[in-house]
Design a binder for this molecule. Structure first.
Ligand code: GLN
Length: 309
């Protein structure tokens, strides 16, 4: 495992030398203010060791990475009934696209594009006040990461609440198709808040460990989901976790992953480790540019790709 230490340090050193760092998301004003010259990586292995480098302790806005946690919660509540409301297919469209929704009568392609995650948030609202649902999601993130200090960045949540016009459009459009059970404002309140969860690479990589270990957190011994469910969440991450960049990510990295416009990516190496990287600059698909490059290096050096070493 000293080898892993060396690999993580090498990646950090190589990434630090990169000049092209991508562009930070500006459509959420609070994210536009983040310094792009940051990079962090944390690898947590299924035997409970953690290897980190760079800014691995700095909390960042996990944004769409949170959709993995809300999907896990919603599957726990609704089981396979969730799939009547949202699909399992890659979209081939940007994260905030509305075009497919009209053709497909308001049923989003998958739970990781914004429309799909909004439906997931609606599912989580059943028999709850928005505040309760938000509280439950925060508790779940803390439970997964075994860290009670995790909080929502309220400034980011407010920033998105004020400027999330496209998400309001998506939600109202689906409500128009009769696909949301709650008012758009309430559903988006939940959605914006879970996207505004702030976590560091170390915390995020611990939170994803159950997906690498058959549904059970090997550090606490607690079962989060069944092995079957963990496998299926991983499948969705592989096919849909990077929006219209999912094919390229599978080609380059070969591991299930979920990205967010805050520049974070959570990646699962089944049976081996959970990995979180963060660098705020994004590529043209809205995925972390240096984060993706770092993961490509990691997959190459470790041979962890699910498609073979
Ligand atoms: N909160 C962001 C949005 O709705 C999440 C998008 C993302 O991370 N890709 O636009």
């Amino acid at each position: 495992m000293n080898e892993l230490r060396a690999i993580v340090d090498d990646i950090q050193r190589l990434i630090a030398g990169r000049e092209e760092r991508g562009k930070v998301a500006t459509y959420i004003p609070e994210l536009a203010a983040v310094d792009p010259a940051q990079f962090g990586i944390a690898v947590t292995t299924v035997d409970g060791r953690q290897y980190a480098a760079g800014e691995a302790d700095v909390p960042f806005s996990i944004q769409s990475v949170s959709k993995v946690f809300t999907l896990t919660l919603a599957l726990g509540m609704a089981g396979d009934r969730l799939w009547n409301r949202v699909g399992k297919e890659p979209s081939g469209t940007p994260f905030n696209s509305i075009v497919q929704l009209e053709r497909e009568q308001g049923k989003p392609r998958n739970p990781f594009i914004n429309a799909g995650a909004i439906v997931v948030a609606d599912t989580l609202l059943a028999n709850h006040q928005p505040k309760e649902t938000i509280g439950e999601i925060v508790q779940f993130a803390r439970f997964l990461a075994t860290d009670e200090s995790i909080v929502i960045d309220q400034k980011v949540a407010r920033s998105e609440q004020e400027t999330g016009f496209r998400n309001f459009a998506l939600a109202q459009f689906m409500r128009g198709f009769g696909k949301l059970d709650h008012p758009a404002e309430q559903v988006l309140g939940v959605y914006f808040h879970h996207c505004a969860l702030a976590m560091s690479c170390r915390q995020l990589s611990r939170a994803g460990l159950f997906l690498a270990a058959g549904g059970r957190n090997p550090m606490t011994g607690r079962t989060v989901v069944s092995g079957d469910r963990a496998r299926r969440i991983n499948a969705l991450m592989l096919m849909c976790g990077h929006y219209d960049g999912s094919g390229d990510f599978a080609y380059r990295v070969g591991l299930p992953g979920k990205s967010g416009v805050g520049g974070g990516i959570l990646v699962v190496a089944p049976g081996r480790a959970s990995i979180a990287v963060w660098s705020p600059g994004l590529n043209e698909n809205g995925n972390s540019l240096l984060g993706s490059q770092a993961l490509e290096m990691l997959a190459q050096r470790t041979g962890w790709s699910i498609f073979g070493p």
